[in-house]
Design a protein around this ligand. Structure first.
Ligand code: GTP
Length: 470
């Protein structure tokens, strides 16, 4: 049985994305928004899915998310709770009694998190008590506001300190180019340090790419966070498909991410997804017959990326694709071979594409298309440096002038000056340099990681027939 995963949602963005994620998981597992299983009403249906990694189940066939919701102001959490009456465990909800938010200040968010660290760890401990084979965490947050970034940062430190053997992933939303708030680059760099040092894998999104995608995916001219968050939750649900609809491979966080992370320093991942149909977004594309070949190749199209990339020819280190549908093995092999010709891999990389063929949820409304696929790709590529480099550039501009530092000066991290900024900036620079170094042939000589030691080294392993036989 797959291990349990605890989801921690922090701040407005974290909780709003979480709302879409749980809504998607409910649909995929036949669970009502109050936690009642739809499966019990039909005795002919036995579960072939496994909600257990993400849900606790009680003896009345009711499911409760293994989720913790934290915020410094009530609106986002209350919205989630009113959307899902009696669904979440109230003991796992914390809203600051002051209800003031962090005012976009990392420092305020961090200090609140630090002051409440023991309370949060107790909450997590109790949640872990309700597991049998606890596997790890996924944190959802924005790196730019005060709470998701600051409180999220203190939590990342505390979690990796207390549960350092458990897998810690993050879904981290970067701001758009036109930062709404001038101190966002400070918040982002300070948070990046914690992601670099404490998370095992961070899947990075940015609001530029998300907003561009929403105008194409939704026929609604008024894009909103509801739209961007459905795109993120489509990626999240596909990443975890092989855990929730168990397969013989990729049925744990480490097995998925070890196929992608060749060295601990290189753990910032980008994603793409296509097509966004009504399985994943409201008012999404109609189901049109497609092939696994088309979908796999479309995943490399820059317009399908959920993060901005400023290059048409990125250098890839590792690639993992999750195809949902009854895939044809030949199609997949053809697509892999085509992709390998088209893409540029780092010289030391095995140039392999790890492909998982996942199952579509039986609880989603049936559609008439027999040949139909959705695809997700996670890639580890040096193209991530354009996003990180852009953040550093705006950070340097304001920090070199000592601008907008007032909101930080009372913070516990800044009592002795601004060293924390300089150190965090250095950490981000190191990540960028590591990614650039990894483009070179000699990279592995330095880090001494043998390709054979990477889990999932095979060129491709897939269960195209869905019969558990490769
Ligand atoms: P405070 O408001 O300072 O207490 O912190 P917070 O973490 O609650 O702030 P928030 O999550 O609103 O973070 C601000 C950043 O996140 C900005 O870049 C917003 O554009 C972005 N953001 C806020 N909500 C959402 C959301 O639901 N989806 C997406 N994609 N981005 C969001």
């Amino acid at each position: 049985m797959a291990g349990e995963i605890i989801t921690i949602q922090v701040g407005q963005c974290g909780n709003q994305v979480g709302k879409q994620f749980w809504s998607q998981l409910c649909r995929e597992h036949g669970i009502e928004f109050d936690g009642q299983s739809k499966v019990k009403d039909d005795p002919s249906m036995t579960r072939t899915d496994d909600p257990n990694p993400f849900f606790k189940q009680n003896d009345r066939n009711r499911y409760t998310p293994r989720a913790i919701m934290l915020d410094l102001e009530p609106s986002a959490v209350q919205d989630v709770q009113s959307n899902f009456p009696d669904f979440f465990d109230n003991r796992n909800v914390w809203i600051s009694p002051e209800e003031l938010g962090a005012g976009n200040s990392w420092s305020k968010g961090y200090d609140h998190g630090y002051a409440r660290q023991e309370d949060f760890l107790n909450m997590i401990d109790k949640e872990i008590d309700a597991t049998e084979n606890f596997e790890g965490f996924q944190l959802i947050h924005s790196v730019a506001g005060g709470t998701g970034s600051g409180l999220g940062s203190s939590l990342l430190e505390a979690i990796s300190d207390r549960y350092h053997k458990k897998f810690l992933t993050s879904y981290s939303v970067f701001p758009s180019d036109e930062s709404e708030v001038v101190i966002q680059p400070y918040n982002t760099v300070l948070t990046m340090k914690r992601l670099a040092e404490n998370s095992d894998a961070s899947i990075v999104f940015d609001n530029n790419a998300l907003l561009n995608l929403t105008t194409r995916v939704f026929r609604d001219p008024y894009t909103s966070y509801l739209h961007t968050n459905q795109l993120i939750s489509a990626a999240m649900s596909s990443i975890t498909n092989s855990i929730r609809f168990p397969n013989y491979m990729y049925n744990s966080l480490p097995s998925i991410f070890s196929a992608l992370v060749p060295a601990p320093e290189l753990h910032f991942l980008t994603s793409s997804f296509t097509p966004f149909t009504s399985d994943y977004v409201t008012g999404g594309k109609e189901f049109k017959s497609n092939t696994a070949y088309d979908v796999l190749l479309d995943l490399f199209d820059t317009t399908n990326f959920l993060v901005t990339r400023n290059t048409d020819n990125p250098i890839y280190f590792n690639i993992y694709c999750s195809l949902i549908g009854q895939a044809e093995q030949n199609d997949i092999l053809r697509a892999i071979s085509k992709a390998q010709q088209r893409l540029t891999f780092a010289p030391w990389s095995s140039s392999s594409l790890h492909v998982n063929v996942g199952r579509r949820s039986p609880y989603l409304p049936p559609h008439a298309r027999h040949t139909y696929y959705n695809g997700l790709m996670l890639s580890n590529t040096s193209a991530i440096t354009s996003l990180l480099g852009g953040t550093c550039k705006t950070f340097d501009k304001i920090f070199s002038k000592g601008a907008f530092l007032n909101t930080f000066k009372d913070g516990r991290m800044f009592q002795n000056g601004w060293d924390e900024f300089t150190e965090s900036r250095e950490v981000v620079q190191n990540v960028i340099e590591e990614y650039l170094a990894a483009e070179q042939e000699t990279y592995l000589d330095d880090v001494l990681i043998e390709d054979e030691n990477m889990v999932g080294h095979q060129d491709m392993q897939l269960d195209a027939e869905g019969d558990d036989i490769i």
